[in-house]
Design a protein around this ligand. Structure first.
Ligand SMILES: [Zn+2]
Length: 339
C-alpha cells in the first residue's frame, strides 16, 4: 500500500506561502507528483517520506501507529526495531520511517528515561542503501546526545544497548527474550484493530518525551532547530499564533515583547519564517535543545496617534486609528489585504 499525504495536515495545502517538498526530496523512487500525489506503482513503502515531513502529514497503512503508542504507554517495555525482512512479525516493512527525533523520544520515554531501544539495520545496506545511510546518521547522533545526557545508547544490530555494568548473560538468550517480548507486544496490538493510515504524530511524541531538561545545555544537534529574529521584527506576534506546535512564546511587558523559542516543540517546518510580514525570522539546523531567549522587541508607536500598539502585519497605525479611518492615508499598499 502506498503512502498518502493528508491534505488536512500538509502545510502547503493550509498555508499560502508554503512550498514544502521535503517528502518528495526524501523519496528515492520519484514517487511524488508536483502536487504531492503519490504514484502507487513506484512506492516501495520505504517510509523515508514519513520521516521527512515536518507536519507528520505523510502516512501509510504499512507504518501503523499502534505498536509505537503501546511502547510509549508501557514505561518499561524494551523495543527492538526491525523491518519485516529481519523479523517476519515486524509491523513495519522498512525502518525508513524512523527519524532521529522519534528514536530519541523512544529512548527517553521509559519510566526512568532508560528504555532499551535497538535498531536492527544489519540488512539495510544491501537492501536499501538510502535507508541504511539515514539510520547510521540518526543512530549515531541520537547516541551522542544520549551519552551526553547520561542515558544508555540505542543498540545496533539487535544489541539492546547493554552497558558494561550489567551482568553477563547469554547473548542468544538475551536477544530472544528481548526481541520476543517486543514482537509479542507488537503482534497483540497489530491484531487488535485494522485501523487505516493513521499518522505517526512524531512531533507530538517528541515534544512530550524529549523535555528540554533532559538535554539542557548540550551542544547543537541537527535534531533541533534554531530560530533567529532580526531587527526588522515589529512584534506583531503572527509567528506565535501560526506555529502549530507552540514552539514560540512571548512574555508581554506592556510596551515590549520578550520572545522565547522552545526547540523541543519545534519541528523546524519554517511556517513562522514564511509568514513573517517583515521577513525577520530565520529557522535553521542544528539547534540547541533547551529553551532560549530569542529577542526583546519594543512595540512600535502608532504613526497617527502615537500610542504603543501591537501591529497586525506591517500596519504602522493602531487598530483604533484604523477604525476611525484617520490612519488610512499612511497605510502601505498591501496592508488592507492582511487585515
Ligand atoms: Zn493610533
Amino acid at each position: 500500500m502506498p503512502v498518502v499525504v493528508d491534505r488536512h495536515l500538509c502545510l502547503n495545502d493550509n498555508y499560502k506561502r508554503m512550498a514544502c517538498r521535503r517528502c518528495a526530496a526524501a523519496c528515492p523512487h520519484d514517487c511524488f507528483a508536483a502536487n504531492l500525489a503519490v504514484d502507487a506503482g513506484r512506492c516501495t513503502d520505504c517510509g523515508l517520506c514519513l520521516a521527512a515531513c515536518p507536519a507528520d502529514a505523510v502516512a501509510g497503512e504499512a507504518f501503523p501507529r499502534a505498536p509505537l503508542d503501546k511502547v510509549f504507554a508501557d514505561q518499561a517495555a524494551p523495543l527492538a526495531l526491525a523491518c519485516r525482512r529481519r523479523q517476519a512479525d515486524s509491523p513495519w516493512p522498512c525502518l525508513g520511517f524512523l527519524d532521529g527525533r522519534l528514536l530519541l523520544a523512544l529512548a527517553v520515554s521509559g519510566g526512568d528515561g532508560r528504555r532499551r531501544v535497538a535498531v536492527d539495520d544489519t540488512a539495510c545496506a544491501a537492501c536499501r542503501p538510502e535507508v541504511a545511510a539515514r539510520l547510521e546518521e540518526i543512530v549515531v547522533e541520537a547516541n551522542r546526545l544520549l551519552l551526553l545526557a547520561g542515558r544508555p545508547p540505542i543498540g545496533r544490530d539487535g544489541d539492546m544497548g547493554q552497558t558494561a555494568k550489567e551482568p553477563p548473560i547469554s547473548r542468544r538468550a538475551f536477544f530472544s527474550a528481548l526481541f520476543g517480548a517486543a514482537v509479542d507486544t507488537v503482534r497483540e496490538v497489530a491484531a487488535a484493530g485494522t485501523a487505516g493510515a493513521d499518522r505517526l504524530p512524531r512531533h507530538e511524541w517528541f515534544g512530550r518525551h524529549v523535555g528540554a531538561a533532559v538535554f539542557a545545555g548540550e551542544t547543537p544537534s541537527p535534531f533541533f532547530a534554531s530560530l533567529a529574529i532580526g531587527d526588522t521584527c515589529l512584534g506583531c506576534g503572527l509567528c506565535i499564533r501560526i506555529c502549530p506546535h507552540g514552539a514560540l512564546t512571548a512574555e508581554d511587558h506592556g510596551t515590549a515583547l520578550d520572545f522565547y523559542h522552545h526547540p523541543a516543540r519545534c519541528s523546524g517546518c519554517g511556517l513562522c519564517a514564511a509568514h513573517c510580514p517583515q521577513q525577520a525570522l530565520t529557522v535553521a539546523h542544528p539547534g540547541r535543545p533547551d529553551t532560549y531567549h530569542v529577542a526583546w522587541r519594543e512595540l512600535p508607536r502608532c504613526r497617527s496617534c502615537g500610542q504603543v500598539f501591537q501591529p497586525v502585519g506591517s500596519q504602522p497605525v493602531c487598530i483604533e486609528c484604523l477604525l476611525k479611518n484617520t490612519g488610512r492615508n499612511i497605510l502601505p499598499n498591501d496592508t488592507e489585504d492582511k487585515l
